[in-house]
Write a protein that binds this ligand. Structure first.
Ligand code: FMN
Length: 735
């Protein structure tokens, strides 16, 4: 509901809001320009003093106006020729032209009414209303995504467009809501929809009848500082029955031209006073710095509009709609999905469609925000949750485990959790396990025990669906084959072979970086930007299931590089090792934010063995800032599988790599990388004392050995790997 309320006003008003925001940003510069170009104010000057000086310079002056920016303009008549000029308050003399900027005038008309008078004003007001709805629903969505209002500024993860949308929204939301509200107020005032209680004093019944007192000797004008002045209209020349009319920030009144006494005064009412603030907050006029800040934050609107449309297009691609879906409050079966890459949505829709075909009332929704009390009629809730990072929740479902543990269970509905993951990760379906544990703790009734689907297995899902059917007392057998991800052809440009002599054929494969047009970039097509440590999914011929390889290069390097070891009988590794320059494979990139370098000056301890050197070599190659990186690398024999050996030596010379320690298992040394770490325990502790971060990459057994060794080495310092991981100082990519 919240998302729909956010989506439709957004898409409908996107173009209008773009026009309003861009003209608004341009207008925001004028208050600052005016404030800078206005002649300096005179400290503590009174309205009387200013009027006297202007009168001396322009004996036929009719009116003096002070803009919120501090700019003072005088208007007079020379015979029948109207004159006007910006005035220097110190001298009363002309200091510049009073002609309004044509650009500003055009921009203001465009911003207020798209150059269409009243019709345009209503359209602009509708756009402001859309922006208000977008701001409020958007803020609620950010809070839901972050796992609560208190986590508003907690780090955000997820796909690029979504992250940019969220990051920008959380900085600009308050200002955008304020701008929409003040804009709507100003429209209301223009159309007379708000009470008008601005001062409008009645002309005095009697005046002294004398004339000629100099304004600087008038007590009423002496009491008004120039900074409060808005408008001073002089009496009609030669008319002894006329009076000075004065308007200030507080109200308006009349002053006798013979005695200088205040003859009448009326203060502004509360609506007019609020109106003044609204005007200042919306335009920044009279508050130049606020105006510039406002302009800067309004730049968020184009960013939000573009990323919003990209998110919508991406959702349409993966999500789509479930035909015949019941509303949340009416559904018997509720399917909740936590997904990052979108494949889990495909399974959820297939299940939903099958249940609807059997006459069920089904509702399908994202897992977050988890609010079981919305499902008033639910008999069963099915959670389908993918695992990301290292056993973590997809970005969109962060905070749900905590929420689930804290909330009371649904009074009626029974729960089934189905995990989607990849058995080759150390924490297979870790997020689904956390959800199941939280549900048990909160006291949910189980519909089915936790089950896990490995690598989007169609067979695994069909088996689970049959078990679900049994639990629901119906025959169910749902078959869904997830579509292979959109892939791009990569052409091999170079291969370096290693390891043949030590029975570990391994190759460093380098592919050309395919070109992407601007349209491809905007639509998220083609190989996106990536960094070393992200994953390259390869679709081998004869299989729909991708195999993932850690990237040894970033897109900034201008090529795509992976390190592949041939596995006996391995379909994908076999095809890759047979590849010759000029030949292609189908591939796509997946971000792996849990395994990235963070820069800074603290040392980085890199530990890898075999093909695990890939991403580490990528980190070192990209180390232009010369962060102290220390590598511990294990292989079989220096003459055969010292991957990147020449490069590493060159990078040591260039200072990209600060230190390198190697361990070889098939030489006289007979050492594994863990043994070398143990031998270098003193150096490792020194580096840790300097705040070093550890990154480990390689096979699962090696990673296990490294963890045990590091645990022993770090224990005397009172450091545990769990605490280091929690603090972001230990990251592992094992396979
Ligand atoms: C960077 C990355 C990290 C992953 N981490 C895990 C993990 O720790 N445990 C797991 O079981 N699966 C992990 N997976 C596998 C995904 O859970 C699996 O591909 C799932 O089907 C994705 O579903 P989705 O497309 O709906 O997000 C990971 C996948 C990627 C790309």
């Amino acid at each position: 509901m919240l998302r729909r309320l956010h989506r439709w006003p957004g898409l409908l008003a996107a173009v209008l809001l773009l026009a309003l925001s861009i003209s608004g940003v341009a207008l925001s510069v004028f208050p600052a320009m005016e404030a800078m170009s206005a002649p300096p104010a005179v400290l503590e000057q009174s309205a009387g003093d200013l009027a006297a000086r202007v009168l001396a310079a322009h004996p036929t002056v009719e009116q003096i106006r002070r803009a919120p920016s501090g700019r003072i303009t005088a208007y007079w008549f020379d015979g029948d020729r109207a004159g006007a000029a910006v005035i220097d308050p110190a001298t009363g003399l002309d200091a510049g032209t009073a002609d309004p900027s044509a650009v500003k005038g055009w921009l203001t008309d465009f911003h207020r009414a798209f150059l269409m008078e009243d019709t345009g004003r209503w359209i602009a007001a509708a756009a402001a209303l859309a922006m208000l709805v977008l701001g409020l629903t958007g803020a609620a969505l950010v809070a839901a995504r972050q796992g609560g209002w208190r986590r508003w500024f907690a780090p955000m993860r997820g796909p690029v467009a979504g992250r940019w949308h969220g990051e920008v929204a959380r900085v600009a939301a308050v200002t955008l809501i304020l701008t929409a509200l003040t804009g709507l107020w100003m429209t209301g005032a223009t159309f007379g929809l708000l009470p008008d209680d601005a001062a409008n004093p009645v002309f005095p019944d009697a005046v002294s009848g004398s004339v000629g007192l100099s304004p600087d000797r008038m007590p009423a004008l002496a009491a008004i500082p120039v900074r409060d002045l808005r408008d001073l209209t002089f009496p009609y020349a030669g008319d002894a029955t006329d009076a000075f009319a004065i308007t200030t920030a507080e109200g308006a009144g009349y002053v006798d031209q013979g005695t200088g006494a205040l003859l009448a005064w009326q203060a502004n009412g509360p609506w007019a006073r609020i109106g003044e603030w609204v005007y200042l907050l919306h335009t920044g006029e009279g508050a130049a710095i606020w105006g510039l800040l406002l302009g800067l934050l309004t730049l968020a609107v184009p960013v939000l509009a573009v990323t919003g449309v990209v998110i919508w297009l991406a959702r349409r691609r993966v999500g789509g709609v479930l035909k015949g879906m019941a509303p949340a409050a009416m559904a018997e079966t509720v399917i909740l999905v936590a997904s990052e890459g979108g494949t889990t949505w495909g399974f959820a829709k297939a299940l939903g469609q099958a249940l609807i075909q059997k006459g069920g009332r089904v509702h399908l929704a994202p897992l977050a925000p988890f609010a079981p009390d919305r499902f008033a009629k639910a008999r069963q809730i099915v959670i389908m949750a993918a695992t990301w990072g290292e056993g973590e929740a997809p970005a969109s479902a962060r905070g749900v485990v905590e929420r689930m543990a804290a909330l009371p269970p649904h009074p009626v509905a029974r729960l089934a959790v189905l995990g989607f993951g990849d058995r080759s990760f150390p924490s297979f379906c870790g997020f689904a396990e956390d959800l199941e544990a939280a549900a048990q703790k909160a006291g949910w009734q189980a519909l089915l025990p936790l089950d896990r689907i490995d690598r989007a297995s169609a067979q695994g899902f069909a088996r689970w669906s049959r078990a679900l059917g049994d639990a629901l007392g119906m025959a169910l057998d749902v078959h869904h084959q997830s579509a292979p991800p959109r892939s791009t052809a990569l052409t091999l440009t170079r291969r370096q072979d290693h390891g043949e002599a030590v029975q570990a054929p391994t190759a460093i494969l380098r592919f050309a970086l395919p070109r992407r047009s601007l349209i491809d970039r905007l639509m998220g097509r083609g190989l996106g930007a990536f960094r070393a440590g992200d994953l390259l999914g390869i679709l081998p011929k004869g299989s729909q299931t991708p195999r993932f390889y850690s990237l040894a290069s970033g897109s900034a390097d201008g090529f795509v590089e992976i390190v592949v070891r041939k596995h006996a009988g391995g379909l994908c590794s076999g095809q890759l090792l047979d590849l010759m320059p000029g030949q292609t494979v189908q591939a796509f990139v997946k971000a792996n934010p849990g395994f990235r370098t963070e820069g800074g000056s603290a040392p980085l301890i890199l530990v890898g063995a075999g093909t695990g050197i890939g991403p580490l070599a990528g980190f070192i190659r990209a180390n232009d800032r010369r962060q102290p990186m220390h590598l511990w690398f294990g292989a079989r024999h220096p003459a055969s599988d010292f991957l990147y050996g020449d490069d590493l030596r060159a990078w040591l010379g260039e200072g990209r790599l600060a230190g390198m320690a190697t361990a070889f298992s098939r030489t006289g040394q007979r050492q594994h990388v863990q043994d070398r770490l143990r031998a270098d325990a003193g150096q490792l502790r020194d580096l840790m004392a300097q705040g070093a971060r550890i990154m480990v990459c390689g096979g699962r057994e090696m990673a296990q050995g490294v963890r045990e060794t590091l645990t022993d080495i770090l224990a005397p310092m009172g450091l545990t790997l769990a605490a280091l991981k929690e603090g972001g100082r230990y990251a592992e990519d094992s396979y």
